[in-house]
Design a binder for this molecule. Sequence first.
Ligand SMILES: [Zn+2]
Length: 233
Amino acid sequence: MSRTLQLYQLQSIDSEIDQVKQQLAQITAQLGESDELKRANAAMDAANKKLRQAQTIMRDLDLEVKSLSTKAANEEKKLYSGKMSSAKEAANLQEEVASLKRRQVDREELLLEAMVAVEEAEETVEQAQAQLSSATGRWSADQQELLQEQATLQQKLTELENQRPVLTQPISSADLKLYEQMRPKKGGRAVAAVKAGVCQGCGIAIASNHVRLARAGTDILTCPTCGRILYVP
Ligand SMILES: [Zn+2]
């Protein structure tokens, strides 16, 4: 096997390894919480928070209404007990009872509004819960698929990496070093095939005597334009 064919085959496997690694990196980036799931979780948290707030407001108003009602009833009882020392005191008390009742009516209206707000917040929580569970369902299906794909690619990578030494073994250390140094500088392609006298690395035609020498494969010849190692099939 010619030196350049050996390098060309090594490059094929290295390109494949690069590709698999790239796919694995993409999968790693996709694993974990999806944006949809993050949004659904955030919506659920917000809906729960709003519900708790609405419930607190409703409870506070309910307590206030009850307390005003008790207070008004007590004052009223005092008023009708006839134990007032003066007419002025009775008038004051009457005024206070009326004021307590006005406040009670006012708070009762607010309580009704608060009850409606709680109902609405409960509906929002229900909707958020439904969206969250469908997002979770989609997410876990996707994750399973991704994990499966990841395992397949990992296995492929291991196979390729095990295959690589078989290909590098017959290559001289000098050729291997040249290839390894050149590869990152040439966009992952240190070796370019020549087809119909044209370098496939840069697309420029190569002098025929140069092609002839490269075809022999005994010496390493590079493309005068892009500098890649030439392999002539
Ligand atoms: Zn070239």
